[in-house]
Design a protein around this ligand. Structure first.
Ligand code: ADE
Ligand code: ZN
Length: 338
């Protein structure tokens, strides 16, 4: 293995913006189909599900893949595979979105449909903690363009299950920002915060900087993508002053067509300005990437040095929802990684 790739793998790092469903490879989808379908899909058919031309096509593809997760065992398989790949990249802690909003959207006749799925996800998480030493938290993600009511169901379930499952650490809003901003979710975010949940939000991925301001104004603690913040220097100063963690996903932005190339992604400019930027892979199976590859591309496309890559890893640990003692321990390990 070339030394830089080895260095990246050895860096203890956190992945903070990763969708469980977005980690399902076509080969796993074929396996899931073989479990359920009278005529199982072929690898070619599975691969064609992952083809998209733009952001709207990407969201459709994400929904089509999520629709093929049917049973708790399907979720457990997907989660375990994801965790094995995280550990192999030197990810020591992950905070993973589950598209609970999509599950409820399709099964809304059954308000308790998620419990058995969540038990299966927890089995995978505990196994990964035991066998791989991986720490993992869950983020319940709602789809902003469905409806406020549907998001409310997702966040309520997060608050309810959290009582017995502290691994549920936060809530988030994904989906199409062009169809729904953050303002309609203000009361739900306040309720989630009161229930002890942390608040993440996708903002400024396909929309302008005003969407990021709106996300901040409803109490979002971390901003996913924040691509358009680069257009607004006053906002950049606010993000810096407030030490607001940004969950950047450069390859995702390139593949969904909202950024021309990795080389021109604002990652480098945000970093040089001193913003709390973290590097993430979003939906690695859809974008043919993973976190280690994002670090590698930061090095090859934007000239991040080893010390700067170490700083990105430190940011990811600091921006995580781990308790302070956990962060300190990993940061000490990171300091001694050469
Ligand atoms: N769901 C999964 N990935 C997403 C993204 N990049 N933006 C919005 N919603 C998503
Ligand atoms: Zn995302």
């Amino acid at each position: 293995m070339p030394p830089i790739q080895d260095f990246i793998r050895r860096l203890p790092k956190a992945e903070l913006h990763l969708h469980l469903e977005g980690t399902i490879l076509p080969s796993t989808l074929v396996e899931l189909s073989a479990r359920h379908d009278a005529r199982p899909i072929t690898l070619l058919e599975a691969q064609s599900l992952y083809q998209f031309a733009d952001f709207t096509g990407f969201l459709d593809a994400f929904k089509a893949v999520t629709a093929r997760l049917l049973t708790p065992a399907d979720y457990e398989l997907a989660a375990w595979r994801m965790m094995q790949r995280l550990a192999a990249q030197g990810v020591v802690h992950a905070e993973v979105f589950i598209a609970v909003g999509v599950v409820y959207h399709w099964r809304k006749h059954d308000p308790n449909c998620f419990e058995a799925i969540f038990d299966a996800l927890e089995r995978a998480r505990l196994r990964a903690a035991r066998e791989l030493g991986l720490s993992l938290y869950w983020i319940f993600d709602a789809v902003r363009h469905f409806s406020v009511e549907e998001a409310g169901r997702v966040f309520l379930k997060a608050a309810e299950l959290r009582a017995n499952h502290p691994s549920i650490v936060a809530i988030g809003l994904g989906g199409d920002e062009r169809r729904a901003g953050s303002e309609p979710f203000r009361a739900l975010y306040a309720q989630a915060r009161a229930a002890g949940l942390r608040l993440t939000n996708h903002a400024g991925e396909t929309t302008g900087p005003e969407a990021i301001r709106e996300a901040l104004s409803i109490g979002s603690e971390r901003i996913g993508h924040a691509l358009s913040a680069i257009e607004d220097s006053a906002l950049l100063q606010e993000l810096k002053d407030g030490k607001v963690p940004l969950e950047l996903n450069p390859t995702s932005n390139v593949r969904t067509g909202v950024c021309p190339s990795f080389a021109v992604h604002p990652l480098r400019r945000y970093f040089d300005l001193g913003l709390l930027v973290t590097l993430n892979s979003d939906d690695p199976a859809f974008f043919n990437s993973d976190l280690a590859n994002e670090y590698l591309l930061a090095h090859t496309e934007q000239g991040f040095t080893r010390d700067e890559l170490r700083q990105l890893a430190a940011n990811s640990l600091r921006a995580s929802f781990l308790p302070e003692a956990g962060k300190t321990a990993w940061l000490a390990r990171l300091d001694s990684t050469q």
